[in-house]
Ligand binder design. Structure first.
Ligand code: MN
Ligand code: MN
Length: 477
């Protein structure tokens, strides 16, 4: 079975739309390099299009009716959006879901130290990373420091051209004879991923220095003059102290903006496309569909890369609670109606798929691989070693999707994540499937997924956006 090449199906008008959508997508990536930054960007975008915060609607005592748009944010890291449809919610919703956390390196709670004239932040990586890919590249520091009094200090350093950047060192090749014999998993150890943040000792005049060396702590301080210098800058610039790191969430990500790739500018190279490519296209599809029979819903969640755990991960009841609140404002809520709504819903659990890479052909099975430029991807199942841990979508549901996608001329393909037994991966699909709803994995093919810079095809971004629109507009099965 051959699948179409998406590019070949576009007329001039569509090419313009494709470029405009991808420009907006690149901006979305540049503005959202952490979950919190993504939520800020999403809330700003959807409020401008008429979405109201669920909590404020509850407070106002207003009711919800057809066409109303509401959203609920969990701890600034996850969001659920709803647009009320014509039919009762009890008949089910059309749900788009994706995640907005991405692999990266997090700063530890007691991170700052000095060694041999260099100041470092100690780190703990987040999600599945090839650690050797994160050394010797410019890195930016994003996140929040929450002070004891509740003040939130936002940090975003390394993105503007005149910002400083940070980096993790690698061993020079001249001395790497031993290192090069190690396996790739051990070339750079987890504890070696410490970020270089400074090297200039603070200037202390000699009189003060003598005074300072009176106690043991002072002696140590006087020795760690680079670290003292950094602490001085943090105090002056952000009004934060060393102890404030204890209640901080700081993420180290590749510095720089999303870029177009190739003489033909057909691809996008950027950090965090897993899974912000599906988050962006899902959100955009929700905003561009004006009226629907069934209620539309979009959930963009945190913590997928570490197993969908925690209060902001898909396993939390945050989403179910939001649906209950919406049904309550709709006049439909009962425990039974909530269950009916969820079990009768259909979902596209959207996440990136492994794009076929000719350079690593032996890891793929070509007939069942996703190709860049061949459109939206459906994965009937994911998982590993005999589909373990996967949500295996129902054939009836797949047939329904084939029908509605083909009717609207969406270019799509099906894929597995690599050859059988070569590896595998999971998504949020199985978590929603617990409600008894139809769920399938879908999304965009990516090259070098989880690397600091990941690549997607502009045509796939556009086609997936079109596919999501068809899905939310589409009738139930
Ligand atoms: Mn993902
Ligand atoms: Mn991932």
């Amino acid at each position: 079975m051959e699948r179409k090449v998406t590019w070949e199906t576009y007329d001039e008008e569509q090419m313009k739309e494709l470029e405009a959508l991808n420009r907006e997508y690149r901006e979305f990536l540049d503005n959202g390099k952490t979950e919190r930054e993504c939520i800020d960007t999403i809330v700003n975008t959807i409020e401008a299009e008429g979405y109201r915060e669920l909590e404020s609607v509850i407070e106002s005592g207003a009711k919800l009716q057809k066409g109303d748009k509401v959203y609920s944010v969990a701890m600034n890291k996850s969001i659920a959006m709803f647009q009320i449809g014509e039919k009762p919610m009890t008949e089910g919703m059309n749900i788009l879901g994706a995640h907005i956390d991405s692999p990266r390196i997090d700063v530890k709670q007691n991170p700052l130290y000095e060694d041999s004239g260099l100041a470092y932040l100690d780190t703990h990586y987040y999600g599945g990373v090839k650690k050797y890919q994160w050394v010797a590249i410019p890195l930016a520091l994003h996140g929040v420091v929450v002070k004891k009094d509740g003040t939130i200090v936002e940090l975003n350093i390394g993105e503007n051209e005149d910002d400083p950047v940070f980096f993790i060192s690698d061993l020079l090749v001249h001395l790497s004879a031993e290192q090069m014999k190690k396996t790739a998993a051990q070339v750079i150890e987890g504890e070696a991923l410490d970020l270089i943040v400074g090297s200039k000792p603070i200037h202390i005049d000699s009189e003060k220095k003598e005074e300072a060396e009176e106690t043991d702590t002072d002696k140590k301080k006087a020795k760690e003059l680079v670290k003292e210098g950094i602490l001085g800058i943090l105090k002056d610039t952000y009004d934060i102290e060393e102890e404030d790191f204890l209640s901080a969430e700081l993420e180290i990500v590749p510095a720089g903006k999303a870029r177009e790739v190739g003489f033909d500018r057909s691809l996008i190279l950027a950090y965090g496309q897993d899974d912000r490519v599906c988050a962006f296209t899902s959100m955009r599809a929700m905003l561009d569909v004006k009226e629907t029979q069934r209620t539309m819903c979009c959930i963009l969640v945190d913590k997928e890369e570490i197993g969908s755990v925690g209060a902001t991960g898909m396993n939390s009841h945050f989403f179910e609670n939001a649906v209950a609140e919406v049904m309550n404002l709709n006049g439909e809520y009962s425990e039974l109606n909530l269950r009916r709504c969820l079990s009768r819903s259909c979902m596209l659990s959207s996440d990136v798929s492994a794009g076929y890479d000719p350079a690593f052909a032996s890891c793929f099975e070509k007939k069942n691989s996703a190709f860049l430029g061949k459109g939206m991807v459906f994965n009937k199942f994911t998982g590993s070693r005999g589909k373990s841990g996967s949500n295996d979508a129902n054939a009836e549901y797949v047939a329904h999707l084939r029908k509605i996608m083909d009717e609207k001329g969406i270019v799509w393909q099906t894929a597995e994540l690599g050859k059988v037994d070569v590896g595998g991966g999971g998504t949020i699909a199985y978590i929603l499937a617990v409600y008894g709803m139809n769920v399938i994995d879908s999304g965009v093919a990516v090259l070098n997924m989880h690397a600091p810079w990941e690549a997607t095809s502009k045509a796939d971004v556009y086609e997936t956006y079109r596919g999501y629109k068809v899905f939310v507009e589409g009738a139930s099965m």
